[in-house]
Design a protein around this ligand. Structure first.
Ligand code: SF4
Ligand code: SF4
Length: 340
């Protein structure tokens, strides 16, 4: 693996320069928030920030996406155009937890039996450049409890670690190596690697939240009807914020929008927190109460995903904890389940 040292003051400029040549999505200031968005030519991304409010999943799995276009004729519907193809994209400034979330989405959208061509097309055309969390940004971060670390390279093509004066740039995959000419830098030696090891150990120690995420699956397996579920949901407003901000949540709904004879088939993010989410055409709703919906959210992440893919569907980013308007905290819920 090629490793280089890149002067800190040059990084934003390198990415800004690339923005004129390819599509770059990066964290940018938006009033009092930091959000991922597409850079204009020459625009420099933020390099000094905690984490973006929105997860970068939108660029591989858009909030609204056209799947196909059609026209109604006297003989039925005919295809009237293909959806736009994915564009070669560099996703810059992704934190290690969010980079790992893409590997969890891969398990679902790119499995042997079921392949989602829309997601796969974008995934193949996207290069992930991550910024390691030298100091984990929030007290709500808990990546180390769900299999990650603040300097994790899982799902990353190029990992940048702030060593003080320079970034250690690790070109991990062939996609990452394609960026070598643009990022340049000088060869990194053993000293830089040792410095990174020290930073990694310190960063992991700085993680303040620890939860027994790997211990609860056997409890969930046998406590579907436990009284615990009777009260958990009570203050939930069913707003869906937790699922929309979550980098691993991926439920969607498909609908047709038709004007006269022309239509598009679109898919939109959906949320297991919404009452209509599982409503069937007959009118029956198998998850008719918020209790059942909250149980589903926990089961999906900590029981069904481990069953299906041998992985917990949470990367410990803490977004849902920070954004929930009524302070429902997934860390407390997991901890309480472990006590059942
Ligand atoms: S963000 Fe909080 S209130 Fe909104 S749906 Fe999620 S748990 Fe419920
Ligand atoms: S469940 Fe919450 S902490 Fe876990 S990945 Fe989703 S938003 Fe982040």
């Amino acid at each position: 693996m090629e490793k280089r040292l890149i002067k800190k003051e040059t990084l934003a400029g390198i990415v800004g320069e690339l923005a004129g040549k390819m599509r770059i999505c990066a964290p940018m200031k938006a009033e009092d928030q930091v959000l991922f968005r597409i850079l204009e030519a020459g625009e420099k991304p933020l390099v000094d920030f905690a984490n973006a409010k929105n997860a970068p999943k939108n660029f591989l799995f858009p909030r609204t996406e056209t799947l196909l276009k059609f026209t109604r004729t006297g003989k039925g519907m005919v295809r009237a155009g293909e959806p736009e193809e994915g564009v070669k994209t560099l996703l810059f400034g992704v934190r290690p937890c969010d980079a790992r979330s893409f590997t969890l989405l891969d398990m679902l959208f790119d499995q042997e039996k079921y392949k989602d061509p829309y997601y796969i097309d974008k995934r193949e055309k996207t290069t992930i450049v991550a910024l390691a969390c030298v100091h984990p940004p929030y007290t709500t971060c808990f990546c180390t409890s769900v299999g990650g670390t603040p300097v994790d390279s899982v799902g990353v093509d190029l990992l940048l670690t702030d060593l003080g004066e320079e970034y250690l740039a690790e070109f991990i995959t062939p996609k990452g190596e394609e960026l070598l000419p643009a990022f340049g830098g000088s060869p990194a030696g053993e000293e830089a690697e040792k410095a990174k090891e020290g930073i990694a150990a310190k960063a992991a120690e700085e993680i303040a939240s620890h939860i027994p995420a790997h211990e609860i699956k056997p409890i969930l397996d046998t406590h579907f009807e436990d009284p615990f579920w009777n009260t958990l949901h009570q203050k939930c407003l069913a707003c869906g914020t937790c699922t929309y901000l979550c980098p691993t949540c991926h439920c969607f709904d498909i609908s047709d929008e038709v004007k006269r004879d022309d239509g598009i088939r679109i898919r939109n993010w959906d949320s297991c927190m919404f009452p209509m989410f599982t409503k069937e055409t007959s009118g029956h709703n198998p998850r008719s109460s918020q209790k059942e919906r909250w149980r589903q959210r926990v089961m999906h992440k900590f029981r069904y995903y481990p069953d299906n893919f041998n992985a917990i569907a949470c990367v410990g980013c803490g977004r849902c904890v920070m954004a929930c308007p009524v302070n429902l905290d997934i860390r407390k819920i997991v901890t309480d389940i472990a006590k059942i």
